[in-house]
Ligand binder design. Sequence first.
Ligand SMILES: *Cc1c(COP(=O)(O)O)cnc(C)c1O
Length: 832
Amino acid sequence: MTDKSPKKTILKSKVTPLPPLGMESKHLVSDFKRNYNYRLGRDEQSQSPFYAYEALSFAVNDRLIERWKKTHNAYERADCKKAYYLSMEFLMGRTLSNAMLNLGVDDVANKAMYKVGLEMEELLESEPDAGLGNGGLGRLAACFIDSCATLRLPVTGYGLRYEYGMFSQQIVNGEQIEKPDHWLRNGNIWELERPEYTQRIKFGGRTETHTDEQGNTCVCWVDTHDILAVPYDTPIPGYRNGTVNTLRLWKAQATEEFDLAEFNAGDYAEAVAAKNTAENITMVLYPNDANENGKALRLRQQYLLASASLQDVIANWVSGHGNDFSQFAAKNCFQLNDTHPSISVAELMRLLIDGQGLSWDDAWKITCSTMAYTNHTLLPEALERWSVNLFRQLLPRLMEIIFEINANFLEEVSAHWPGDHERLARMSLVEEGHEQHFRMAYLAIVGSYSVNGVAALHSKLLQQGLFRDFYELWPEKFNNKTNGVTPRRWLAGCNPELASLITDTIGDGWITDLSLLKKLEAFADDQDFHKRWQDVQQNAKQRLVDYKKIEHGIELNVDALFDVQVKRIHEYKRQLLNVLHVIHLYDRIKRGDTVNWTDRCVLIGGKAAPGYFMAKRIIKFINNVAHVINNDPEVGSKLKLIFLANYRVSAMEKICPGADLSEQISTAGKEASGTGNMKFMMNGAMTIGTLDGANIEMREEVGDDNFFLFGLTEEQVQAQSQHYDPVVIINQDDDLQRVMNLIECGHFNQFEPGMFDVIKDSLKNPHDPWMTIADFRSFVDAQKRVEVAYQDKQRWTRMSILNCAASGKFSTDRTISDYNNDIWKLTPVNVN
Ligand SMILES: *Cc1c(COP(=O)(O)O)cnc(C)c1O
């Protein structure tokens, strides 16, 4: 009893090791009961499936943590190179069913819940989505970390723990209403707070220059208002391989001194208010997809992510290697998910120079050999620019560093192109104007050794357009990494019936090697296999119908063609083109042109950024058109249009298995990749699409005969945009004229005059960058080809099988292998 320090006590005790947790259903039953009765303190009177969800989740999570520690120790022992995926968004969706699948306890857990008399489905449905992202970019990050763990790669995801995720969408009177998503309200059993790894983040203040005894100048960033970043870790299991990686999300917290200073000044209320200001930083996810808005709070979020994550990595490095950074670049690499974390380039410089005492040149060498940047969009409005004045106020030291990086960089440009002043101005990290701005994409390019786009076309367009100057300077930096989706969640997990048909037919190797789906080609004309495939697809459609019925109160006809477009609402994605086609079908019904009719259910879903006026008006338009069509007895089951409210990951898991036709109809050259397109293809849906993003590569894989192509190519869009005249096109096309007349005469807004004028105007605008009218005829013709194919059940089934069989390339396992082989160069670590 002489030494009571907690550290010693733990060292002396024998809290580990424990015998491995059982993986059979009886073990889950007993753990479930213990969690339910003691950890949660519930009894049989409790009616809520949520507690049952929590009790099972605790049991599953304990098994994840077991493997988590082993993985951590295996990485430490291997002293291996590690990669860090820095992303402002991780659109994870639900965790439990994916964790059970990857652990391999899905079947035994089903048995366990059956034994205790609970409905697994109901229990899974009570888990809220972790919606910490907007759309494709955030979901990509989630699929990536699943694949990293499955490939046994030592990769940590770094992000922010937003208190409020992506808003939940309600439709009232046809309009989007946003409701805050307080996803943590009932707690989150999957996260583990790690206060011991808290980092301190500086904001504001000013810089001072000192000269030390050796005559070196050093800069101090002083008088700052600091906040704390507290990490919350979530285990990320690989597919049945013993690996469990980490997703580390930072939560902003006020410092204790901050409170104390105010408290001593006697103003308790001020102290609490100040605390809130600090903690607001990670309060809410910005709900803007492909659009930035320059708010100070957003810059604070970005800096918090960059600084906390880099400090974390450096602290870990120092604990193992002291202040010897000679091997740092050989052992660490940072992948920046878009420009959102690009301030990391300057922050790593600051930490190495001001914090670790490295010279500028040494720090720069390390920075440029550890950072890699992924670009996600060609849309100019999405290219982040931050006001230099905002930087001066909020991050003065970072501002100085970016100016210095720029000065050095412009010297290099001058040396490469002597006297080319225009190019110098074009390439500068500082955009001049009545106010100066930092071009964050350029900072990311200059500070990275790899710059990639997310599909072949997108990467090509980056090199020829947006980043042309940089490509000419450093062609070797540029590369393509075509996106993918994880086949665990997007096939095995969301479509278990199709998964088991595939496994019965070709074995289960496809789950970790999706190229094996190619083996299904041998069954494309097998009649027994056709029958089973059709049954599975029909059941998936029925489940979608049931889900709709519950969520929307609408009864759909399972035999109709399910024509689906779900994604963020954006003009470039052209939900309007889809609606024009729907109105055209409605017009055909109304004028009796229905010989050989194919019944069709058009499902459209997606959220609009709350400040994006046109996108919100498009939602209103879809809902109004739906109201007219769905209530017209003459239309009946021939045509239905449904707006799916509150599109999110857990909704997509029900939607993509039940789709016949996937709409990927963006204006060519505007969609960087798309990943929704891949989820549908994997589940056997046909695609109607333009030559845009990854559609091009999907069509290459499946063959032209099994893809419904339409529309202008990217080159044709470029060429025609000069002399685009939508009014002439409308006047030359009777069908289109009738559609436009219906809109213009107020047929869909009889009690809301002028409601859709902006839509009509944008369609007829010769400067419409999305050129919707230009692709109408080609789209309608492609839709006719779809109907012909759908009416031939044999042919459709064959095409469906071939689409699934050809989707192997679009696994994130392939994408991540490419990242690893070309950029990260990590060695897989076997945990078992
Ligand atoms: C896959 C996915 C997306 C991306 O869809 P795109 O069609 O590629 O834009 C967006 N949101 C959710 C919820 C998704 O699952």
